[in-house]
Write a protein that binds this ligand. Structure first.
Ligand SMILES: NC(=O)c1ccc[n+]([C@@H]2O[C@H](COP(=O)([O-])OP(=O)(O)OC[C@H]3O[C@@H](n4cnc5c(N)ncnc54)[C@H](OP(=O)(O)O)[C@@H]3O)[C@@H](O)[C@H]2O)c1
Length: 335
């Protein structure tokens, strides 16, 4: 039984000029849902998220570890807890990174994308995904082929919407022009990386997604957890329960440099003055631009999800706060 008021407090934002609305905060299963994860914790995280109005769960073929295991676990939980709620969920998957040996196991060929989505559907036990992404640009496959594969998948009903991830602005423009000219499935959504310390989309992408009516869901809005209080305690700079301490984690200890920590500390002070935690300010900040549809978080615990959703209680920034964030963030460029 889920919270009957789950849609009352979450904000739902229109994804570009499409009919799709997404929760302002969505949950990704990149880390913490793989083979080694605690199943009951995973279940509770998904149930907690849904109770708070997070109805979009983001996956990819390779999420784990082992690759594929996050989709398998998600499929199991879907069956256990969400079978009556499939029509309330936006489930996404992607293909682009290495999945199986040989020439058809990664990148952007039609062969790979179609085969990979079929595998993802089987692992999750669903008939279709709501969004299917080209996970990364393929420098060697013609863009036409990748986009025609997305179109085929949408026409077959295996995905409702098509998206691209990590395509730079000029490539996104070429792709959008192509699908428009050919009458192919539009690029409803773009999934780039964006946070206070990584701002490439501000100058390279957002004007283009806005022009083509494409929504934007930003990944790693917390810089994989660095934009939180987690790494600020000098007595315990690398907590055991952190992504940086996990040998399978994509946040490596060497990425947590003294200059980064100095920025994080100053951002934390700013957040406290706003009456928020740093993770909350980081999320509210990514959502300050209406061209950003959703902030796509990862989580290790249900409590983290609750804290993240509470960011929505304070979404307004003064000009002074924004300028202070810009000043702290731009120090990184100098280091
Ligand atoms: N398209 C792509 O190429 C791509 C790439 C990366 C990610 N993604 C998607 O984006 C999703 C999110 O990426 P991400 O996991 O890097 O996002 P993130 O939200 O920047 O980082 C998640 C980590 O932040 C920490 N955290 C979360 N809530 C917190 C809170 N309230 N307080 C303190 N720390 C908190 C946790 O770290 P600890 O584990 O240390 O506690 C958590 O594992 C992925 O799951 C995936 O769906 C897509």
């Amino acid at each position: 039984m889920f919270n009957p008021d789950r849609y009352a407090t979450m904000q739902y934002r229109r994804c570009g000029r499409s009919g799709l609305r997404l929760p302002a905060i969505s949950l990704g299963l990149w880390h913490n849902f793989g083979t080694r994860a605690d199943h009951e914790n995973c279940r509770t995280m998904l149930r907690t998220a849904f109770d708070l109005g997070i109805c979009h769960f983001d996956l990819a073929n390779n999420y784990g570890p082992e690759p594929g295991s996050a989709e398998e676990r998600f499929g199991r939980i879907l069956k256990e807890d969400f079978s009556a709620h499939r029509d309330e969920l936006i489930i996404s998957s992607k293909a682009g990174y290495y999945m199986w040996p040989g020439p058809y196991g990664e990148w952007g060929s039609k062969k790979y994308l179609v085969a990979s989505l079929d595998q993802s559907l089987r692992r999750m036990g669903v008939e279709y995904v709501d969004i299917f992404y080209s996970h990364r640009p393929d420098p060697d496959t013609p863009l036409e082929e990748t986009l025609s594969a997305l179109d085929l998948i949408v026409r077959q009903g295996k995905a409702l919407y098509a998206g691209v991830s990590s395509y730079r602005g000029p490539l996104f423009v070429r792709a959008s022009e192509l699908v428009r000219r050919r009458g192919w499935a539009p690029l409803t959504i773009h999934q780039p990386r964006y946070n206070m310390l990584d701002r490439w989309i501000e100058t390279d992408l957002l004007e283009h997604t806005a022009a083509y009516g494409t929504g934007v869901i930003v990944f790693s809005p917390l810089e994989q957890g660095l934009l939180s209080e987690k790494y600020l305690d000098p007595a315990n700079p690398m907590p055991r329960d952190s992504r940086a301490a996990d040998p399978d984690g994509f946040l490596k200890p060497e990425q947590i440099t003294a200059s980064k920590l100095d920025q994080v500390r100053r951002l934390h002070e700013l957040a406290l003055k706003r009456g928020q935690g740093l993770a909350q300010m980081a999320l509210a900040w990514t959502l300050r631009d209406p061209r950003v549809t959703s902030a796509l978080i990862g989580a290790r615990t249900p409590q983290q999800i609750q804290e993240c959703v509470a960011a929505l209680e304070n979404m307004d920034f003064t000009l002074e706060e924004l300028q202070a964030i810009d000043a702290i963030a731009s120090c990184s460029a100098a280091h």
